[in-house]
Design a protein around this ligand. Structure first.
Ligand code: SF4
Length: 195
């Protein structure tokens, strides 16, 4: 693990913020990147299950994301091939409707530019959810519109919705996503892994 990754792992900047949530949890940064990775998964923030496991995407969202990418856990958790850098490294807690709170912006401000500089050029970046669209594409359009315009950024960047169960209805309403985007994404994943 690089000195920067160690530094993030020790970060407790949001301790007060998280202590004030219903779960009153302590920060647990889930840090999963190493220079040289071929694929960057730019996510939102760990959920409660990932907070408990300490590994990214150890939940149904992760299962769906791996299916979208066409890879198994052996590849997904190989740090030499895949980096996972969410817009906040810690579980933010729940809002009043029991949905995950948004990633605290202080995390992006504190860490992201440094992490991206350390990772350098990566042949494939997969943006998972609107917060990642905003940071990596400066997107100002709604998620559906950004994802629909995926050809504008492929093959280096693919903007996806979040793979959460909350988006199952979205997937049904937007069949072009599975029919048109996913086959191209899976082919690109294989291409960069085999390059
Ligand atoms: S979310 Fe980010 S800034 Fe906040 S404690 Fe975790 S690593 Fe630090």
């Amino acid at each position: 693990m690089s000195p920067l990754a160690e530094e993030i792992r020790e970060c407790r900047l949001c301790a007060e913020r998280f202590a004030a949530t219903a779960t009153a949890h302590a920060p647990r940064p889930v840090v999963w990147f190493r220079p040289g990775a071929r694929i960057l998964i730019a996510g939102q923030a760990p959920g409660a299950r990932v907070h408990a496991s300490g590994r990214p995407f150890t939940d149904p969202s992760g299962d769906r994301l791996r299916d979208w990418l066409g890879i198994g856990e052996d590849v997904f958790y190989d740090l030499s091939r895949v980096a996972v850098v969410p817009m906040a490294f810690c579980f933010p807690g729940y809002d009043a409707r029991n949905a995950d709170l948004p990633p605290p912006p202080v995390c992006r401000r504190t860490w992201h530019d440094r992490v991206m500089a350390e990772l350098g050029e990566i042949p494939l970046t997969v943006l998972v959810g609107g917060h990642a669209h905003k940071y990596h594409l400066s997107a100002r359009t709604p998620v559906t519109q950004t994802v629909r315009a995926w050809r504008d950024h492929a093959p280096r960047i693919f903007a996806l919705p979040h793979p959460s169960w909350r988006n199952t209805a979205w997937l049904k309403k937007n069949p072009w996503f599975e029919a048109e985007l996913l086959p191209v994404l899976r082919a690109r994943v294989q291409e960069v892994l085999n390059d």
